[in-house]
Write a protein that binds this ligand. Structure first.
Ligand SMILES: Cc1cc2nc3c(=O)[nH]c(=O)nc-3n(C[C@H](O)[C@H](O)[C@H](O)COP(=O)(O)O)c2cc1C
Length: 439
């Protein structure tokens, strides 16, 4: 069989303990501390040994419930860029991507943070742009309520224009470093931004030279029509949650077809759905592993987690009854997906809670390494994605299993690199370095 010409992209999505909702209860969980540099260092090291394109971190600006902390650690987030800065010094090649919200930040400070990370890591920084979904975040940032969906995306669009503009204020050749002549930079090659828009007034420039990638990689994780529009205009990578191949293909085509509207080619944006793999020596062994995790999910905790995914309080509804009528209008794309699945499958709140607490609506594969690699190849070859963000149930063990057993199969099939050929995240992803200002 001919070798595939294209290779897939792989991200290692790191999360305290692991991605399974009950990973912290697992007898083999790595550490008693949710925020532990050794845990993240080890996980990033394993991902780098596996030649992954990047590690990826989610983030959030609130602790939505103190009561739920009794049985749930999934709201604990180390601040992503701080952690990536630490990982920059213990890794060499792997990309370092982290989440930050456009609703609860200012463009100048975020542009600096990611440009600094890009400098410190020699071109490995990526920013996952989110617009935030929790009311509790609004209450930590001077507001009573989350701005409505359309408004958040309007702000995000201007936010990205400003950040990209700031990253380009210094021409690549602005630093002349003429020691003898006493000239550090050519002021004619450093420009003000002078942005004056509906949300932001930013003079610029940034107080640092253009970073190694020119612009850190832009990832986006919103998949509504507004999210897709923003991604088609500005993103290098889109991270999605989808557990159905046909829907993934439709999304892929829909998103890629919008790129020419912004003068971009389809290949300039990579689509990477999340994937959780329970890997066993046999299929039965893998199923047993998954069953052991499921036993650790308390039904009421699963139902409460479902409330959060839906942004709708289910506590007054019977756990063995159906989902109430939740309006899709104004809900996030993930909530709409869950509501539609519930309509089709007639699952109860208990069943939905147990199901979505495993992988939060992401693709889950339970089987041997061969079966996992086969599903990945099938999605990739069918045009459902350009790669995957790997979300292992327990970390770092699940990632070690993946690197040891699945990555070699992908390499044998010619679907994944055996060595890094580049040194920046853009190079790993096969993306051009954006041209900056010339004059
Ligand atoms: C796969 C995926 C991962 C996300 N990760 C985060 C995150 O780490 N932090 C956050 O605040 N929002 C996160 N979001 C929320 C989105 O960025 C976005 O704000 C939300 O999905 C609403 O936009 P949408 O309706 O366009 O999907 C994520 C969304 C998806 C689909």
């Amino acid at each position: 069989m001919a070798r595939p010409t294209k290779q897939m992209r792989l991200g290692a999505f790191l999360f305290d303990y692991g991605h399974h909702y009950a990973a912290w209860r697992h007898p083999e969980s790595f550490t008693p501390n949710a925020i532990d540099l050794e845990f993240y260092r080890k996980s990033a090291e394993v991902a780098e040994q596996g030649k992954f394109d990047m590690v990826f971190l989610a983030d959030s600006g609130s602790l939505p419930s103190i009561t739920d902390l009794e049985s749930n650690v999934s709201f604990i987030y180390p601040e992503a860029v701080t952690l990536l800065g630490a990982l920059a010094s213990v890794t060499r090649k792997i990309g370092l991507a982290g989440t930050a919200s456009t609703t609860f930040n200012e463009p100048y400070s975020l542009a600096r943070r990611f440009a600094t990370l890009d400098h410190l890591s020699n071109g490995r920084a990526g920013w996952n742009v989110v617009t935030s979904t929790k009311e509790s975040e609004a209450r930590n940032f001077n507001a009573d309520q989350l701005p409505e969906h359309g408004h958040r995306y309007e702000r995000a669009t201007e936010f990205l224009d400003v950040v990209k503009g700031l990253w380009d204020c210094w021409q690549d050749d602005a630093v002349v470093l003429e020691r003898e002549a006493g000239r550090y930079a050519d002021p004619d090659r450093v420009h003000r931004l002078n942005h004056n828009g509906s949300h932001f007034r930013v003079e610029g420039p940034l107080n640092m030279p253009r970073s190694p990638q020119g612009r850190p990689v832009i990832i986006e994780a919103g998949t509504s029509p507004a999210g897709q529009q923003l991604a088609a205009k500005t993103a290098d990578v889109v991270f999605t949650a989808c557990d159905n191949k046909e829907e993934a293909i439709a999304f892929y085509q829909q998103l890629k077809s919008q790129l020419p509207l912004y003068g971009r080619q389809a290949d300039e944006l990579k689509v990477m759905p999340g994937l959780m793999a329970f890997i066993g020596a046999t299929e039965e062994d893998a199923k047993e592993k998954e069953r052991q995790f499921s036993e650790l999910v308390q039904p009421a905790v699963g139902a409460s987690y479902l409330s959060k995914l839906l942004n709708y309080d289910l506590s007054s509804h019977p756990i063995d009854g159906p989902l109430p009528d939740i309006p899709k209008q104004g809900s996030t794309s993930r909530a709409v997906m869950i509501i539609e699945r519930a309509e089709q499958s007639k699952m109860t709140i208990r069943e939905l809670g147990m199901h979505y607490s495993v992988a939060r609506g992401h693709l889950t594969v339970t089987g041997t390494a061969e079966q996992v690699a086969h599903v990945m190849e099938d999605w990739f070859a069918s045009g459902a994605c350009d790669g995957f963000n790997i979300m292992q149930p327990l970390l770092p063990q699940g990632l070690e299993d993946f690197v040891q057993h699945v990555v070699p199969l992908l390499q044998e099939k010619g679907l994944f690199r055996s060595e890094y050929t580049g040194s920046t995240l853009r190079e790993h992803l096969g993306l051009e370095r954006p041209i900056g200002r010339q004059v």
